[in-house]
Design a protein around this ligand. Structure first.
Ligand SMILES: [Cu+2]
Length: 96
């Protein structure tokens, strides 16, 4: 019975582990998205970054929300990717 209890605790801990590999979401402000075609370029640039699995562009607000695996990439890499595509971006909250 004691072993069974240990196994149960082990399984609980093991199933909790994937939740620790955090998916993070960041919203980037991209003021230079000035026409409806821009979001396509921005989306492609961000989706090309390894670790990114969701990109949502809100053209009306000139924002893009990116969901990424923070073990594989980070906000600096994301802003670099948009800048390389011709669209400098600023993480929300740091905007002046
Ligand atoms: Cu455009």
């Amino acid at each position: 019975m004691k072993n069974l209890k240990r196994l149960f605790i082990f399984l609980m801990l093991a199933s909790a582990l994937p939740a620790l590999a955090a998916n993070k979401t960041v919203t980037l402000a991209i003021p230079s998205m000035t026409c409806p075609v821009c979001p396509i370029t921005v989306k492609k640039a961000l989706e090309a970054v390894s670790g990114v699995f969701k990109v949502e562009v809100t053209y009306a607000r000139k924002e893009v929300t990116v969901t990424y695996d923070d073990a594989k990439t980070n906000v600096a890499a994301l802003t670099k990717a948009t800048a390389n595509a011709g669209y400098p971006s600023t993480p929300e909250g740091k905007r002046k």
